[in-house]
Design a protein around this ligand. Structure first.
Ligand code: AOF
Ligand code: ZN
Length: 342
């Protein structure tokens, strides 16, 4: 199962909004096949593993290990449960159930009903952690929320600037910023508030690593950022969702969707829309108000905070998390702290 998890993790950033799944097939104490779900819409882990077996005759005496319950529905690909049945694999070991409602329990039920021996719950906690996005999305019907910011050693995330200075103060170092771009490839959406659009004019794309850019999500209740119409978020280069309460403007921008919600704008209704858009996870990059409002409403799962060895002495205070870091690591001269809500 550990090997399944290591294989599954290779799909990070490539299979979203699907789960990370790895599969290992063992016969007579020997690994005879393995595989993982490598890209969205592509074959499932079980299919890859079964295809990799060079002596298919051994499958009838094999054990198939997989970190997620084999699917039992026709999605973009046919059900893995039926493939396992066809190959007459007698023993299946599963890490966790599939919370997706078209599957949940049905894969295991089917395999048992045809006489396959099924064990479930092996390394379950590790399996659930690996698929934290997929599990949160299906069980809580909202995206998994990762907060991210960089602060100075004395606790500021920005200098005091006018909205027109549009050049952000560099706090974290290059290595930290490259890592942040890696994170952008791993999540489906990237969230910023109106103030960040006005002050930093972020592109919210992926430039320093390989990988797909996330969907841009801008929270702007009164559409004030329209006063900055040359902002990157309006450049039509990337799917963008704009949340507001004003009338939607008669302005058509490629890939940009205006989403008008009732005032006052609240996270619960925003998350309902993100759920309908199949956005399984979001990386929230600021600013302080947006981050703090998610913390206040307890709508976060994880926070990643860079602390840089610089002093700003005054400025915009970093959000207050009210939690202790779970662990930390050094990223060049910066320290990266990881927090988890529960
Ligand atoms: C598995 N093995 O490797 C994965 C599973 O549209 P599809 O056909 O790709 O189906 C996607 C759903 O299948 C996804 O929501 C989840 O329930 C399950 N993913 N199942 O047996 C895999 N990736
Ligand atoms: Zn499947």
């Amino acid at each position: 199962m550990s090997r399944c998890l290591a294989l599954a993790a290779k799909g990070l950033g490539k299979v979203k909004s699907n789960p990370l799944v790895g599969c290992v097939i063992v016969e007579n104490d020997e690994i005879i096949g393995e595989g993982y779900h490598a890209h969205f819409g592509g074959p499932h882990a079980e299919v890859m593993a079964i295809q990799s077996v060079t002596e298919p005759g051994r499958l009838a005496n094999a054990t198939l290990y997989v970190n997620l319950e084999p699917c039992h529905h026709f999605g973009k690909t046919p059900p893995c449960s039926l493939l396992i049945e066809e190959k007459k694999i007698p023993h299946v070991v599963v890490g966790q159930n599939d919370p997706f409602e078209k599957v949940n329990g049905k894969g295991i039920q089917h395999l048992r009903s045809i006489g396959v021996k099924v064990e479930i719950g092996i390394l379950e906690e590790e399996c659930r952690t690996l698929n934290k996005r997929f599990n949160t999305f299906h069980e809580q019907k909202r995206p998994y929320v990762i907060l991210k910011w960089a602060q100075s050693a004395d606790g500021f995330i920005d200098a005091i600037r006018t909205d027109h200075e549009r050049k952000s103060v560099a706090i974290s170092g290059m290595s930290s910023r490259t890592l942040s771009h890696q994170w952008r490839t791993e999540e489906m959406g990237i969230v910023v508030g109106r103030g960040t659009v006005e002050k930093d004019n972020p592109q919210l794309n992926v430039r320093w690593v390989e990988g797909d850019a996330p969907i841009r999500i801008v929270i702007d209740p009164h559409l004030k950022s329209l006063h900055f119409s040359d902002s990157h978020v309006f450049d039509g280069s990337q799917p963008t969702l704009f949340f507001h309460t004003n009338q939607s403007p008669h302005l058509s921008i490629p890939q940009l969707e205006w989403i008008q919600l009732e005032a006052p704008l609240n996270w619960e209704s925003i998350f309902q829309v993100l759920y309908r858009h199949n956005i399984t996870s979001i990386l929230v990059e600021g600013g302080a108000m947006t981050l703090q409002s998610l913390i206040q409403a307890q709508w976060w799962d994880e926070a990643r905070v860079f602390v840089a060895p610089i002093y700003l002495h005054e400025g915009i205070a970093a959000p207050l998390l009210n939690a202790s870091p779970h662990h930390s690591e050094s990223i060049a001269q910066d320290t990266l702290f990881y927090y988890y809500r529960k």
